[in-house]
Write a protein that binds this ligand. Structure first.
Ligand code: HEC
Ligand code: HEC
Ligand code: HEC
Ligand code: HEC
Ligand code: HEC
Length: 190
């Protein structure tokens, strides 16, 4: 990357572009056409569909199917994402994204906070600050412009009162398991 403008151009474009449905973004690259295996579990109540809106945009590099350097007039890129930053198309162990998180869901799941009223810590309620069109997306946890000093561009660190606890309450103990401590110590997100 040779200039600050090019740094923006990999994600934002002003012409030769398409809009990313469900966002205000214009995008100078193809969007991924992959069919993803989405998160599921015995306890999950939310209905999780295919990644959409800006999460689909993130995955258009991070699923590893479209070259990262394919943007603007350079449509023949060869550099694919690799290593741990490549999430692939199996998201069944990745925190669910692109699903509605509203007060009805919070009412049905004991460990969730009420998104319309509980503060996010970023000035307003969870729904206003962290959800996009009422949904959890990649950008609920990650700040794509790297304005934070946290690892992995996280909006908040993974301390005991950190990122996870913005939306989740402390986990209640279940039979034989206290479920106490920092969420990130036991749950890997990707
Ligand atoms: C990794 C991809 C990526 C890069 C690189 C990037 N952006 Fe963004 N940008 C996004 C996404 C995704 C959003 C939507 C963010 C959201 O919903 O929170 C966004 C939103 C914005 C917005 C709308 C306001 C906001 O912050 O949500 C502006 C303005 C913006 N970007 C400017 C820039 C500029 C200027 C650069 C270069 C310095 C840049 N972006 C680089 C992905 C990117
Ligand atoms: C144009 C391609 C592209 C898009 C779009 C893109 N990324 Fe990335 N991202 C990259 C590359 C390249 C890296 C560096 C990978 C490496 O270090 O191996 C990266 C790294 C990251 C990292 C790791 C950063 C670190 O400090 O460890 C995170 C987290 C991340 N991206 C999240 C996102 C999110 C969230 C979005 C959508 C808002 C997004 N990316 C969109 C190309 C992209
Ligand atoms: C619930 C919060 C959350 C959501 C939603 C989320 N992430 Fe992450 N992500 C994390 C955390 C926490 C880490 C760093 C800790 C870890 O996974 O070990 C991380 C790490 C990453 C990394 C760096 C991986 C590495 O080891 O280099 C990438 C890339 C990334 N996320 C992309 C995404 C993309 C793309 C999405 C949407 C499909 C997404 N994330 C959704 C919390 C989240
Ligand atoms: C923006 C809000 C938000 C943030 C931040 C967040 N989560 Fe979640 N998480 C949710 C919602 C909403 C669900 C869906 C719960 C359901 O429907 O049962 C969920 C689901 C989960 C699940 C799957 C639950 C199941 O029953 O299978 C786990 C595990 C989880 N989150 C852990 C974490 C961890 C660990 C972090 C911090 C890295 C985190 N979450 C950050 C909102 C969030
Ligand atoms: C000591 C390790 C540990 C810590 C710390 C931990 N978890 Fe868990 N969590 C687990 C294990 C083990 C399971 C059961 C996984 C399974 O059955 O697949 C689980 C299950 C869950 C589930 C789904 C089951 C349910 O009861 O609804 C959610 C949601 C969850 N954890 C969220 C969190 C959050 C949020 C935090 C932080 C407040 C956290 N966990 C801290 C180990 C931990």
């Amino acid at each position: 990357m040779s200039s600050r403008r090019e740094v923006c151009i990999v994600c934002h474009a002003s012409h030769k572009a398409q809009t990313v449905p469900g966002t205000g973004l214009i995008w100078g690259r193809p969007l991924t056409a992959a069919i993803f295996k989405t998160y599921s579990s015995k306890t999950l109540k939310a209905s999780v569909g295919q990644p959409s809106a800006s999460s689909k945009f993130c995955l258009s590099c991070h699923d590893g199917t479209i070259a990262v350097d394919r943007f603007g007039s350079n449509q023949g890129g060869m550099a694919f994402i690799s290593g741990s930053a490549k999430l692939g198309t199996d998201l069944s162990r990745v925190h669910p994204v692109s699903f509605v998180y509203d007060d009805a869901l919070a009412g049905a799941v004991k460990h969730l906070k009420l998104p319309s009223v509980e503060p996010s810590g970023f000035g307003s309620a969870i729904a206003k600050d962290l959800l996009r069109n009422g949904k959890v997306e990649c950008v609920s946890c990650h700040e794509p412009h790297n304005k934070t000093s946290n690892a992995a561009m996280l909006r908040r660190g993974l301390g005991e009162a950190g990122l996870c606890r913005i939306c989740h309450k402390a986990m209640p103990p279940t039979s034989g398991f206290s479920h106490a401590g920092k969420c990130g110590d036991c749950h890997s997100l990707h």
